[in-house]
Design a protein around this ligand. Structure first.
Ligand code: C5P
Length: 308
């Protein structure tokens, strides 16, 4: 008798669940399990090449409360042969964050939004590409170093929301463009402090940029890209390749333009004649970087526009 009652209750429960489901409450559950972004595909979904690499990083940008490990500092300080000590780095960073925002501004991911980004490298393959409108169409447009727009609007667009640079490649910015410093040595961090410092008669430097829009790449990010993305090939990654990986961390959809050497294997620019015909890809593993971008494109992790 007891068994019959139990079986009856069990069948009743199963039927109840079935009916409940048919009443179509499944969308409710789907809503609860919200997607991380509103694009057709979000980078943080699935088990992609990106996912396998992504997990190995802490923070893409420095912030006032971030502590770079001494091990990462020691790796970074050898990049451009600077023989400085950890305490000097810490003092420099402390001074720097008295002037620039304590945390880098990154638009947070949201189920209601699809953060689209264009990364514009400086390759000559942008010439006659007519990519301008497609580049400007993205929410965020990240340009690199001296990447020109004036006179090249049809091919590279007009909009610049972020510009990646280091002191040797710096160009003046307007008040709305975010300066993304890629530091290769302590002096690069000092440079930011110096150009935005004021003396009794105002700013000490003529360099133009908005100090409230400064973002500083975490030196550990350079190591992460070198170790994890490029498997330690070459001396260290190029600014352009690091920008692509950075975009994969701060955008939901990444469009890549202006990458690729010329027919002689040199990294020539779209706005000038190549002067050093033995340039190749400098100290950077240009071939590996290009292969990785192509692979990411094949896996639909980013969209790669190869120019003409
Ligand atoms: O020459 P520059 O470093 O300013 O260019 C920015 C980035 O664009 C490079 O770091 C490189 O990753 C990429 N580039 C490229 N092919 C070129 C020129 C530059 O892939 N012909």
């Amino acid at each position: 008798m007891k068994l019959t009652v139990s079986v009856f209750i069990f069948l009743l429960a199963v039927t109840g669940i079935g009916l409940f489901w048919r009443a179509d409450i499944s969308p409710y559950f789907k809503l609860l399990a919200k997607r991380p972004c509103a694009c057709d595909r979000c980078l943080s979904e699935g088990d992609s090449l990106f996912q396998q690499r992504f997990s190995k990083l802490d923070e893409p940008f420095l912030s006032v409360n971030y502590n770079l490990s001494e091990d990462n500092f020691n790796w970074w300080k050898n990049l451009q042969g600077q023989g400085q000590i950890f305490s000097a780095y810490r003092e420099t960073v402390e001074k720097l964050f008295k002037l620039v925002p304590a945390t880098a501004h990154v638009e947070a991911s949201s189920p209601d939004r699809c953060r689209t980004c264009a990364v514009v490298g400086n390759s000559g393959n942008l010439m006659k590409s007519h990519y301008g409108p497609l580049i400007d169409f993205q929410d965020v447009v990240i340009r690199i170093n001296r990447g020109h727009t004036k006179g090249y609007e049809a091919d590279v667009g007009t909009k610049t929301t972020h510009r990646v640079m280091y002191p040797e490649s710096a160009v003046d910015l307007d008040k709305t463009t975010r300066l993304v410093l890629f530091p290769f040595k302590i002096k690069d961090l000092d440079w930011v402090t110096n150009v935005f410092s004021t003396g009794p008669s105002g700013r000490k430097s003529n360099f133009k940029a908005n100090k409230d829009l400064v973002m500083i790449l975490n030196p550990a990010f350079i190591r992460y890209v070198h170790d994890v993305w490029l498997q330690q090939t070459g001396s260290y990654p190029s600014t352009g390749f690091m920008t692509v990986v950075l975009a994969l961390h701060i955008c939901d959809e990444v469009h890549v333009f202006g990458f690729g050497a010329d027919s002689d294997g040199n990294w020539s620019h779209y706005w000038e004649q190549l002067r050093d015909t033995n340039l190749k890809t400098g100290p950077h593993p240009g071939g590996e970087e290009y292969k990785m971008i192509v692979e990411l494109s094949k896996q639909q992790i980013l969209k790669f526009y190869t120019g003409w």
